[in-house]
Unconditional design. Sequence first.
Lengths: 141, 141
Amino acid sequence: MPLHKNVISSTSLAIGALSKKTKVNIETIRYYERIGMMPHPPRSRAGHRTYAQVHLKRLTFIKRCRELGFTLNEIRALLGLVDGNDYSCQEVRTLTLQHKAAIQTKIKDLQRLETTLTQISDKCTGGNIPECPIIDALYAE
Amino acid sequence: MPLHKNVISSTSLAIGALSKKTKVNIETIRYYERIGMMPHPPRSRAGHRTYAQVHLKRLTFIKRCRELGFTLNEIRALLGLVDGNDYSCQEVRTLTLQHKAAIQTKIKDLQRLETTLTQISDKCTGGNIPECPIIDALYAE
DNA sequence: CTTGTACCTGTAGTAACTACAGGTATTACA
DNA sequence: TGTAATACCTGTAGTTACTACAGGTACAAG
């Protein structure tokens, strides 16, 4: 897994330290390794995973992408480009814009839901009666 | 499972017919039964599920709620009120408004994501060069 | 009588983790 | 040096809301 830029080798980290630095759960880090998002790191004599700067950067990348709502598959594609060391800005941009379009669709869907919920709940007087226009609206044939 | 209003007993439906009427997948209907969202219907001599108007209404209710983004647990709460035959309009309204608030939060989150993605991808010239500001932004420490 | 369709049960797979159970290794302190 | 706490290990199961089989039965039409 080649790094993008500015690779500085430094002291190694145990999984707990990496977890604290990146704010990624320990179990999640191991999970990423299992599914191939993170490489198998070298092990210490005791069998503990020892992480270097490379891993810290990669995990940070994954974390940021997740926060931006990319799925693991989308991130895999992004990392694939980077790993191949043969990506063009154009390809990355395309993936990013596709993702943005998906988000915009989701926003519109949710806004439509919100409108419907507002309409439905506006019908409700909020009284203590058992005849509820919300339930009626949902239950009717 | 008491009905809300206008219960008209009529001909019974096989699972395929119910599925077609409600546009809910057959496997999903059986799944709802397994997890207790739908009651166990009576069986025909051949062991086939036979559904009545009650089931059609209940499933329609579930479907509508799902389309409105309610989780199965939220729907369970709603159905619990209806099943208890002792709900007040107020309770239903509260659940609905809570759900609406959650949707509004989600919309805001997604809008923030969209803004960030726009900012990031605006930095990109879209050229064919391997130095990509998007990747840089995500990869940097 | 055979073919097709609709139904049946039960299990496994999806996404992205999280939460154990049960075991080892290292470190801190008395 | 002994022991107790902590950090790590592996492997499996649970979460949400389904979907997709595999392998089997029942019934109707030609």
